[in-house]
Design a protein around this ligand. Structure first.
Ligand code: HEC
Length: 498
């Protein structure tokens, strides 16, 4: 099956450039990949469709544009000034057709389209590093006031020691807080104190990125009989493979009891390795539980409705399948699937204004996405993407395709988009209904202003003080953020400045 898959892709490369054929070849990639999916037990990137990008740049471009892209006989490609247009397609056109009279050769014959796309991503990456090196961002230490565009704030420590890679938090109605540690522990914070003993009876977790992940409460937790706590985690099969699973149970005397599986894939769907479990949990008002399952670095599964990975799912609060799920009655499909073609969705949140389900997707190298998820829709990974492989080889130049949804916005280079939350509290009226997004690699907390289904403005509130793992609206109206390296929980409080 691997062989079929490769041949198909080679054909697709050879045929691109002719629009009718491109469509057909994309479909054949889909078929090739979904065949491969069932037997996918190797961790890998989507197949490369070209050469490694750093080498290409050094060989073909550095002589004129400089090894660091700051210019030579050719202009700087990182200073933000463009003679011929700075959008992706203008840059690609400059590379393809050149400006022979001005000393820029036409290079369209030296590269295929996916390689030109990868060159654009590479230029964007270098431009962003150049910009970051010449800019200062807020890196608040607790207590210090940060002046941002619309509000002054400071970080107030909630727990700053004795936590190990916290992943998510949830507030209990009695004022306590639950926090998951990725290594597989559920801890309790009781009125500002982290209890030394973790909750007993938590399921064993796989490890890697697939430890103990998200935690949420049943939306009617306070009603008698409803005091369920939901956990997602990387579950290990007897054969040593892993897949995201969801369980619920009750907290009684420091133990997780009455456990019931909410989602557990068949063992045949478990995948090798510790990458990309997704795993955000979110209840809607009707009591449906949405949860994301990353693609487990198994390209092809995302487009295959018989596999659970690379999907966002929807189940009832007891794990049952809502009859109006888009694939509930499709033979062979995993009936809990809500959307597919999702790479590693680590953020889910509802818009308090429109009620739409927003998702953030940790992309490849370039191509982190913010999506609005609609029942049954295909978000395209890995057939369309704005990114390339981590190793600098191209994936595709197909950014869009009929029948596959475009992101609301995307980030090239990647920031490692992770949690998202609309701010619904009253402590920062200026931020009300803004979308907050946490980034892992970029170590940023972003504030996004949304109008309808569009991102109209972005601000980096702070950067460089740790990976932002979770963002939660506290019952006290403050935003709580979970940070890794150093591991801690902080809350964001307003500071009045006259
Ligand atoms: C022989 C020298 C030379 C080489 C090789 C070369 N360039 Fe250029 N490039 C130039 C010059 C000179 C210009 C400015 C053309 C102009 O002013 O119209 C330019 C312009 C550009 C532009 C447009 C810049 C703008 O301001 O709009 C881009 C993008 C670009 N080059 C990318 C590349 C990439 C990527 C490569 C390698 C794949 C490359 N170039 C290789 C000399 C070169």
């Amino acid at each position: 099956m691997r062989a079929t898959h490769k041949v198909t892709l080679v054909n697709a490369v050879a045929l691109q450039g002719r629009s009718i054929v491109i469509k057909r070849s994309i479909i054949s990639i889909a078929i090739g990949l979904s065949l491969a999916g069932a037997s996918c037990f190797a961790q890998q990137n989507p197949p490369s469709r070209g050469r490694e990008i750093t080498k290409l740049y050094t060989e073909y471009c550095a002589g004129c544009h400089g090894a660091d892209m700051t210019g030579g006989s050719g202009p700087s490609l990182v200073d933000g000034a463009w003679r011929h247009g700075g959008d992706d397609s203008s840059i690609a056109a400059s590379i393809r057709t050149g400006y022979p009279h001005e000393g820029m050769p036409a290079l369209g014959n030296d590269f295929d389209a996916p390689e030109i796309r990868a060159l654009v991503i590479y230029i964007r990456e270098r431009a962003a590093s150049f910009k970051a090196a010449h800019m200062t961002y807020n890196a608040p230490i607790p207590g210090a006031t940060v002046h941002s565009e619309k509000a002054s704030f400071k970080l107030e420590p909630v727990i700053e020691s004795d936590l190990e890679t916290p992943w998510a938090i949830a507030f209990l109605p009695d004022g306590r807080m639950l926090v998951t540690e990725q290594a597989g522990r559920l801890r309790i914070i009781d009125h500002g104190k982290l209890l030394p003993d973790p909750v007993r009876g938590i399921p064993a977790v796989y490890g890697g990125e697939g430890g103990l992940l998200d935690v949420v409460l049943h939306p009617n937790y306070s009603r008698p009989g409803n005091d369920w706590i939901y956990l997602s985690y990387g579950d290990k099969s007897p054969g040593g493979l892993a897949m995201t699973a969801v369980i619920r149970g009750r907290l009684r005397d420091g133990a997780f009891v009455d456990q019931q599986p909410i989602f557990k894939a068949p063992e045949s769907s478990y995948r090798v390795g510790g990458q990309r479990f997704g795993s955000r949990l979110l209840f809607d008002r009707e009591g449906h539980l949405f949860f994301s399952v990353g693609d487990r670095a198994c390209p092809g599964d995302e487009q295959d409705l018989s596999q659970p990975n690379g999907k966002v799912h929807r189940v009832n609060d007891d794990g049952g399948i809502p009859q109006d799920n888009p694939f509930a009655h499709r033979a062979g499909a995993v009936p809990s699937i809500w959307t597919y073609g999702n790479r590693n969705p680590q953020g889910l949140t509802f818009s308090p204004i429109t009620g739409a389900l927003w998702e953030s997707e940790h992309g490849p190298r370039g191509g982190d996405e913010l999506n609005i998820l609609l029942a049954g829709h295909n978000y395209g990974w890995p057939l369309i993407t704005y990114g390339m492989n981590y190793d600098g080889t191209p994936i595709t130049n197909h950014l869009a395709h009929a029948g596959m949804d475009q992101p609301i916005t995307y980030w090239v280079p990647s920031i490692a988009a992770s949690p998202i939350t609309f701010y619904t509290g009253n402590r920062f009226p200026q931020w009300k209904n803004n979308l907050f997004l946490g980034a892992l690699a970029a170590q940023e907390l972003l504030r996004l202003e949304i109008a309808g289904n569009k991102v109209v403005h972005q601000e980096i509130l702070f950067k460089g003080i740790g990976r932002v793992r979770d963002i939660v609206n506290g019952p006290d109206g403050y935003l709580y953020v979970v940070l890794n390296a150093p591991d801690r929980i902080e809350r964001i409080v307003p500071v009045d400045v006259d």
